[in-house]
Ligand binder design. Structure first.
Ligand code: FES
Ligand code: FES
Length: 175
């Protein structure tokens, strides 16, 4: 007997502020949807296994909810019905780079830059969380490690990503 293909699903989601309604295959990964259907190639594909975090985007269930990092290489887009998704294209302000991107540039945090979109998105989420739920300054290193520690940078920019993020996070904590 020939195995039957599961039917496509109709989903509604919002990507970088743009509402979409699409019919998608149940196993279509978010990264392929972003790249192939929407032409949003800023989110990078690397390990494809949910390990390196290069493909990190942000997901929220409502506009006022805190964004949570989400790995686009292992997440089926069909599981995101009703979600708001932000990719690296969505954090760039109309007049230039977002603060996080400016800080990474100023600190020479990256070399090839392949890991950078993932670090940008995780840092954006961390700063929003620190604004809503501040931590004592003495726990800032730990909070940054929790947020960024799993991200792989093959050019070993870890210390400079950490330094840039620490500077931004201090500004958030000090208001
Ligand atoms: S490409 Fe998604 S975690 Fe590595
Ligand atoms: S800057 Fe090259 S992988 Fe991180």
């Amino acid at each position: 007997m020939t195995p039957t293909t599961p039917p496509n699903l109709v989903i509604n989601l919002c990507i970088n502020g743009r509402s979409l309604c699409r019919e998608v295959a149940p196993d279509l990964k978010l990264i392929d949807f972003l790249h192939e259907d929407l032409g949003l190639t800023g989110t990078k594909f690397c390990c494809g296994l949910g390990v390196c975090q290069a493909c990190t985007v942000l997901a929220r269930s409502a506009p006022t909810a805190l964004a949570e990092p989400l790995l686009a290489c292992v997440t089926p887009v069909s599981a995101l019905d009703g979600q708001l998704i932000d990719t690296v294209e969505g954090v760039s302000g109309p007049n230039g780079l977002a603060l996080v991107q400016q800080a990474f540039l100023a600190h020479f945090s990256f070399q090839c830059g392949y890991c950078t979109p993932g670090f940008v998105m995780a840092t954006v989420a961390l700063l929003a969380r620190l604004k809503a739920q501040p931590v004592p300054v003495e726990r800032l290193d730990e909070a940054i490690e929790d947020a960024l520690g799993a991200h792989v940078c093959r050019c070993t920019g870890y210390a400079r990503y950490h330094a840039a993020t620490y500077e931004l996070a201090l500004q958030v904590l000090r208001g």
